[in-house]
Design a protein around this ligand. Structure first.
Ligand code: NAD
Length: 488
């Protein structure tokens, strides 16, 4: 399966089950479009108030958000809900509030005085209008509300569509948003896949979709009917590349720790690891001793996140079973790890030197299985990444900065870290997004503000210019100026 067409799990769309939700969505879009026409340019003070209201909504509902996330995932650490789902978007809000006036200010551009005289050329960042945000199940509030910060900073009206796989979070978000914002400003559309498809067909002024590359293609096709600009935040197989000096306890802690965030259900998790062949066993030993010394009962603890549905759990089991049947060595990192079907928690396993034809080597894994792929020549291993679909992120480990930089230059990806994993997605100040099959467009910080703004180039004519040389008839004056330009 090509990554460009892949989904984590294909799900049938049942038509006509969402008729009331679809009618409500169309009405909300019409209401917001009309409100935008009436009031298209909220000033900085109003935008700040909107962002503060959103942050207050999240910070003030900690217990309910914790409970909804735990209900949808079967098991979810409360501290991690606080950290990512609440403090994450609240941190983005704080960044937006700090820099909003700077982001909103016109950007002056140079204009050649000989031709334009005293004219002023500026880029203005104006609201786009009515924006749709289709969120995935894995970070219901972080992705439901994080981009909303920058959409509001840019002065837009927004409709958020949570994933149908997180019903408790979706219902809570809808309730909280409707208590915080007017429906013609920000609202939430809750429903099944039929609603999701209808959402992608609306005449948005901008549409953001976060999810699999396979559905991303369908979203872009649907958006094309109205020429809607899209931000696509997709997935892929993010590798960690251990250069010869990179097999260290710190690197292993970073890779295993990141893989255990959401138990692998994170777009920028480490999908697989590339390791020098003679260091593969050392890597596995370091991973096993890390888990056994610092989190021996991880999969039975409250820190372990459940797979989002039973079907997602079965998919991960099937991937691991196929690898086992192929004869690949499976390293179970926990001593007595076992699957808990009630909470859908599953322990992390390494698969050493898997056959490239296995599903774990072809599909985005999105769960607690980590293929460890040995290489003989670093340049060849890295060239293999570049030849495949571009990942959302690449992580490089080693103590030789020139070698790490060479790996970064040899591959293309949406983001990257050196001697760390996933930090590029955590910083509210750093533009975040994919490349090629892992997506297009950026959110977070000023990059998100600009993504959701209409960048309008404006020239205000002054005096003392020679603009008239552009108009016919092209006589002596234009010839003299053009000849002079050629000689310069
Ligand atoms: P998902 O099934 O929740 O789908 C995402 C959104 O698309 C949801 O709102 C869902 O209702 C909607 N949807 C699903 N099928 C649809 C269809 N046929 N037509 C229209 N809409 C549809 O989530 P998922 O796709 O399983 O999410 C996992 C994927 O998302 C992984 O590939 C992961 O890497 C990627 N992801 C990317 C990012 C990022 O920032 N780049 C973040 C999180 C997840």
């Amino acid at each position: 399966m090509s990554l460009a067409t892949s989904t984590i799990l294909d799900r049938p769309v049942e038509p006509d089950t969402d008729a009331p939700a679809i009618a409500a969505l169309r009405e909300s879009v019409a209401l917001q479009k009309a409100a935008f026409r009436r009031d298209p340019y909220p000033d900085a003070a109003r935008r700040s108030a909107h962002i503060q209201a959103l942050a207050g909504m999240l910070l003030g509902n900690r217990e309910r958000i914790r409970a909804a996330v735990a209900e949808d995932f079967g098991s979810h650490p409360a501290a991690f809900t606080d950290l990512l789902e609440i403090l994450g978007p609240a941190g983005r809000a704080a960044t937006a509030l700090e820099f909003l006036e700077e982001w909103m200010s016109d950007s002056e551009r140079p204009a050649n005085r000989d031709l334009y005289g005293s004219a002023r050329a500026t880029m203005r960042y104006e609201p786009k209008g009515v924006v749709g945000n289709m969120a995935p199940w894995n970070f219901p509030f972080e992705i439901g509300c994080g981009p909303l910060v920058e959409m509001l900073a840019a002065g837009n009206r927004v409709i958020v569509k949570p994933s149908d796989l997180t019903p408790a979070c979706g219902e809570l978000l809808a309730e909280l948003i409707s208590a915080t914002f007017d429906r013609d400003h920000v609202t939430v559309a809750v429903g099944g896949l039929d609603l999701a498809r209808e959402f992608s067909r609306q005449p948005w002024d901008h549409l953001m979709y976060t999810g699999s590359p396979g559905v991303g293609r369908q979203i872009m096709r649907a958006a094309a009917d109205h020429l809607v600009p899209v931000t696509l935040e997709l997935g892929g197989k993010c590798p960690a590349v251990l250069t010869p000096s990179g097999v260290t306890p710190e690197a292993v802690e970073s890779i295993i720790g990141t893989k255990l965030i959401k138990n692998g259900q994170m777009c920028i998790t480490v999908d697989h690891v590339l390791v020098p062949r003679q260091r593969m066993t050392e890597f596995a030993d370091l991973a096993r001793s890390l888990v056994r010394s610092s989190m021996p009962d991880h999969s039975r603890s409250q820190d372990c996140v459940g797979m989002i549905t039973g079907a997602h759990l079965e998919r991960i089991e099937a991937l691991l079973d196929e690898a086992r049947r192929s004869g690949a060595e499976i390293v179970e990192l926990e001593q007595d790890g076992a699957i808990d079907r009630r909470t859908r928690r599953m322990p992390l396993s390494l698969v050493l030197d898997p056959d490239p034809g296995l599903r774990i080597c072809r599909e985005e894994i999105f769960g607690p299985v980590l293929p460890v792929i040995p290489y003989d020549v670093l340049e060849d291993a890295v060239a293999g990444i570049d030849a495949d679909d571009r990942p959302l992120a690449v992580y490089v480990f080693g103590d030789d900065p020139a070698q790490c930089e060479a790996v970064l230059r040899a591959v293309r990806s949406g983001g990257a870290c050196v001697n760390a994993c996933a930090l590029q997605g955590a910083l509210p100040s750093l533009g975040f997004g994919g490349s090629g099959t892992s997506g297009m467009g950026r959110h977070h910080g000023i990059d998100g503000f600009r993504e959701f703004s209409n960048a309008r180039g404006v020239v205000i004519r002054g005096g003392d210019d020679n603009i008239d040389i552009l108009y016919p008839p092209y006589g002596e004056k234009v010839r003299a100026i053009v000849d002079q330009a050629f000689q310069a």
